[in-house]
Design a binder for this molecule. Structure first.
Ligand SMILES: [Zn+2]
Length: 141
């Protein structure tokens, strides 16, 4: 029995030149059959939060694990176009991504807190209104 290649996961390598002049090889595993993303010009540095398919800046990691001493294997997902890909990235690329994510998370947490506060205020107002109008009866508790 000969080993069949796994057609569900197409693999391709992209050479990325970092601003420092270092060249890294990024291995992608394309899932699904919606075609390979068009190869980006290799002179642009890898920014993991930017989607290679639709240029959305909302790409986030769904899984990651160490791949050797200075590399990480990261599975990324773009919420905009549903692109999912796994790549092996250098530590410094992942660190830059992490910083970008931290910035995004801060914004998200701030928005979420504001949202919770707004919702709570609305609920408190409704509760107070209901109390005033005797709409809350002992059996509600
Ligand atoms: Zn995308």
């Amino acid at each position: 029995m000969s080993a069949q290649p796994d057609h569900r996961h197409r693999q391709f390598v992209r050479r990325v030149v970092l601003p420092s002049g270092k060249t890294i090889e990024v291995v992608y595993f394309e899932q699904g059959d919606h075609g390979l993303p068009s190869p980006a010009p290799s002179e642009t540095p890898t920014e993991l939060h930017v989607c290679g398919t639709c240029s959305s800046e909302l790409v986030y990691p769904i899984d990651w694990e160490e791949a050797g001493a200075s590399h990480w294997q990261v599975t990324l997902r773009c919420p905009n176009c549903e692109w999912v890909g796994t790549g092996v990235f250098e530590q410094e690329v992942v660190e830059a991504f992490d910083e970008e994510l931290d910035r995004g998370t801060e914004t998200l947490v701030r928005d979420l807190k504001a949202l919770i506060r707004a919702n709570m205020e609305e609920q408190v107002e409704r509760f107070a209104e209901a109390l005033e109008n005797d709409l809350i009866l002992p059996e509600d508790f």
